[in-house]
Ligand binder design. Structure first.
Ligand SMILES: NC(=O)c1ccc[n+]([C@@H]2O[C@H](COP(=O)([O-])OP(=O)(O)OC[C@H]3O[C@@H](n4cnc5c(N)ncnc54)[C@H](O)[C@@H]3O)[C@@H](O)[C@H]2O)c1
Length: 380
């Protein structure tokens, strides 16, 4: 007998669709006690939210998230809004005793994230942040290879997340779809948006970062603001690069920009260890490149592992070996892990506390870029 899990989702944009898709697919592929029920979706436009509800099969709609949280028939609040309201919504949802899934970045900054951690820990409600890249099978396989010790001592970590969609100076900032360019809605630019993903993966694969030195740039200094109609200063970072030292002694560099012409969502990372190296690329997400120096010399080289076999992470749940899955599936995996964690009493990561570590790195990046100095990264 499955247990109904009544979902109340806030925000119906890109992530609203990705998560709704995951709720609908989950029980077709994963064996869990819980069965998500699309109980209510909330956003500010009554017409648009009704259209969304009809398309995705939500039973009801709300236009005020506070009302959604007050509802007794909602078990889980899923926060898919821009970054500014994450903290307030999560605090209220925790006090109401709801499970919480929150989109990344956790918060606008570390101190705000600390309050969110306190709220969910005081209320003892299950919680998780949607850093979904951990659940792409090739990335999960990378974690397994590292944990099995195949790479040996790690020397280098290198990550990039490149896009090109804000190069035009005519692009306005703020409002629907362009809130990412408005510092009041986003908190930061590429640092909290793109680099946060790279940092979450890196902390998971390679452990904590001790200190870093960063630089950021805002290439277009003023843009028309969609909410005021006036030309206003741009407060976000358009590009960011930083170098850092991990606690395990490895050296790393990270780069993120929305000004890399030709790149749409090129997230890549490479890790070089004593015995082996791995490389992953979001544009080819079902493959993991692996080089092992211990292979016999005459056949030694980079292997391109097609991560689609039944014994690869998550793949036994999907099609037959050789057939690949995509970006959207990572959200189904994350949801499955979250609910399995709830059912087994072993919380899946990243919970709010784990995601706070990424927030501390992002804070240190912005601080370092501002001061032009190396800064230590807060760990707790
Ligand atoms: N995990 C990922 O890979 C990933 C990818 C994209 C975005 N995100 C994160 O997801 C969040 C949402 O991003 P998105 O791309 O879906 O944005 P989006 O602009 O596509 O959608 C945001 C939605 O929030 C709604 N909204 C805004 N303020 C609201 C309020 N006060 N009450 C109710 N609804 C409100 C908007 O109407 C819209 O439906 C952000 O925090 C972002 O960083 C994560």
């Amino acid at each position: 007998m499955q247990k109904a899990l009544n979902v109340g989702m806030i925000g119906y944009g890109f992530m609203g669709r990705a998560h709704s898709n995951a709720y609908r697919k989950l029980n077709n592929f994963f064996d869990l006690e819980h069965r998500p029920v699309l109980k209510a979706v909330c956003a500010r436009s009554p017409e648009k939210v009704k259209d969304f509800a009809a398309r995705w099969g939500y039973e009801s709609t709300e236009t005020d998230w506070r009302k959604l949280i007050e509802r007794k028939d909602i078990d889980l609040i899923d926060i898919c809004t821009p970054n500014t309201p994450h903290a307030e919504i999560a605090g209220a949802a925790a006090r109401a005793g709801k499970m919480i899934l929150c989109e990344k970045p956790l918060s606008m900054n570390g101190p705000e994230g600390e309050k969110m951690v306190e709220a969910v820990e005081n209320a003892k409600v299950p919680n998780m942040v949607w850093y979904n890249y951990r659940r792409i099978p090739a990335v999960t396989l990378a974690k397994k290879l590292i944990d099995d010790g195949r790479l040996g001592r790690i020397f280098h970590y290198r990550a990039k997340f490149l896009q090109d969609w804000t190069i035009s100076a005519d692009l306005p900032q703020g409002g629907t779809a362009l809130w990412r360019l408005d510092v009041a809605a986003a908190g930061s630019g590429v640092t909290g948006d793109l680099l946060a993903h790279c940092v979450d993966t890196a902390l998971w694969l390679n452990g904590p970062i001790d200190s870093l030195s960063a630089m950021t740039e805002t290439f277009i200094k003023e843009r028309k603001h969609n909410l005021t109609g006036k030309v206003e200063k741009v407060g976000i970072d358009d590009a960011c690069t930083f170098m850092c030292r991990f606690s395990n002694g490895s050296l790393a560099n990270f780069e993120s920009t929305r000004y890399a012409r030709g790149h749409k969502a090129l997230y890549t990372f490479e890790i070089n260890g004593e015995h082996a190296s791995i490389f992953w690329d979001l544009h080819d997400l079902h493959r993991l490149q692996y080089f092992d120096h211990r292979d016999q010399g005459i056949v030694r080289g980079w292997r391109s592992i097609h991560v689609t076999d039944g014994d690869h992470p998550y793949m036994g749940k999907w099609w037959v070996p050789g057939l690949q899955i995509g970006y959207g599936h990572s959200f189904v995996h994350q949801l499955a892990d979250f609910l399995e964690g709830v059912e087994k009493g072993k919380p899946a990561m990243p919970d709010f506390r784990d995601a706070l570590r990424t927030q501390y790195v992002c804070d240190a990046v912005l601080q370092s870029a501002k001061d032009g100095k190396w800064v230590p990264v807060q760990k707790k």
